[in-house]
Design a protein around this ligand. Structure first.
Ligand code: LMR
Length: 392
């Protein structure tokens, strides 16, 4: 049987991790996978997570199963962090293995509820979005998003394409910190997108993987909150990997907003999907997140550290934009300072990305997405000089 299997295409982001590890050069710079790193290159365990782990070790007396939806306290804390108060009667929710697990469960829910629904994706988007949709055999469509000349939003193209959404289609929107471009809609643009989607009868599907990495914890939830307040049905896939730094714990949540009278049925379907796919969701990360969000002191310390992380990335953005101004004698990389989140798409060709890797030991995704957090004060000028040499 297994002889019928064909090799799968490699994931272009994950491939980079190995290539970079295998590179023996001392000065190599890893701007690939979206993992936060401090100036020493370490992805640290956050202080509040360490404190919660210690406390958990002391008080935890059992590791028996949780509920199929995970712990209700985790789901409630996540709904609160993402949406604020007032959603208890509309929000069905389940804990999932990371944000990817939430995306997968959301897509399966869409497919179960409406097999003919298409899922609209920004072009470009995180490569795992189309990959999972294709794997599930679902219909897919694209909307323009990125203007390759300005490295900002192609808002006209986006609105023109989303005008083609059919009633009942799901439209996947990055709630903040767009991956891979770093270019984000402003509040006025979000409002226009919401008007258009409402007029089309679309279901917004928010991917929120970087809350707290862009403009701040509350600010990064603003678009999702606006959408939640306006639409009768919304799907929200959120990750704790980045903002709590608990990547390998696989901690995420899927929230499905519906009407109060349908909530129990939707909740039952979410629990059913968990049971079919992996039974109980992982608990350790979710429990830490709950402890942090429910404890004033831990929460304050977590938010302070998250803010340090965000500020560090903003400083690196500005430093790289400034350095590229000097190195290229032009303002064409100023967009890096205006982008938000972990990523910026630089607009280099695949061939130029390849030269950066081969000749300079600089690793970025082939579409020229860089992870800003992979830089530090020492490597910013090195990267800028290399880009100037390779791309002018
Ligand atoms: C990324 O985009 O680099 C991250 O979300 C990690 C991943 O799984 O791709």
């Amino acid at each position: 049987m297994l002889e019928t299997l064909k090799p799968q295409p490699a994931d272009k982001i994950l491939t980079l991790i190995q290539m970079q590890k295998d590179d023996p050069r001392d000065g190599k710079i890893d701007l690939g996978v979206g993992v936060y790193k401090d100036a020493t290159g370490l992805t640290p365990v956050m202080r509040a997570v360490k404190a919660a782990e210690k406390r958990l070790w002391e008080v935890e007396v059992t590791k028996t199963y949780t509920g199929l939806a995970g712990e209700p306290a985790f789901n409630a804390a996540m709904v609160g962090m993402i949406l604020g108060d007032g959603y208890a009667d509309r929000a069905a929710s389940v804990a999932t293995p990371g944000g990817t697990g939430a995306i997968r469960q959301a897509l399966e829910l869409i497919r179960m509820a409406s097999p003919q629904a298409r899922v609209w994706l920004s072009n470009p988007t995180w490569p795992n979005h189309p990959s999972i949709i294709k794997y599930l055999g679902m219909g897919m469509a694209e909307y323009r998003y990125f203007d390759a000349d300005t490295r900002g939003i192609d808002f006209e193209g986006l609105m023109a394409d989303l005008a083609g959404v059919a009633a009942g289609d799901a439209v996947l929107l990055h709630g903040c910190c767009h991956n891979p471009t770093g270019a984000n809609l402003d509040a006025g643009q979000w409002a226009q997108v919401a008007d258009l989607l409402a007029s089309r009868g679309a279901i917004p599907f928010m991917d929120l993987a970087y809350q707290g990495f862009g403009d701040g914890l509350e600010e990064d939830a603003a678009a999702t909150r606006m959408i939640a307040a306006r639409f009768p049905e919304v799907l929200i896939a959120a990750s704790c990997s980045k903002n709590f730094g608990i990547y390998r714990e696989r901690t995420g949540v899927l929230i499905a907003l519906t009407s109060p009278d349908r909530k129990a049925t939707v909740q039952g379907n979410l629990a059913f999907l968990n049971r079919q796919n992996y039974s109980f969701p992982p608990d350790h990360g979710a429990r830490l997140v709950t402890m942090i969000l429910e404890d004033d002191a831990l929460r304050a310390d977590w938010q302070a550290e998250l803010e340090e992380v965000r500020q560090n990335m903003l400083t690196l953005r500005q430093a790289l934009a400034d350095e590229l101004r000097r190195a290229t004698n032009s303002d064409r990389y100023d967009f890096i300072a205006h982008h938000r989140g972990m990523f910026s798409r630089l607009g280099l060709t695949e061939a130029q990305v390849e030269v950066l890797r081969v000749d300079h030991g600089i690793y970025m995704v082939s579409d020229s997405r860089i992870n800003i957090a992979g830089l530090n004060a020492r490597t910013v000028p090195i990267l800028a000089a290399a880009i100037a040499k390779v791309a002018g």
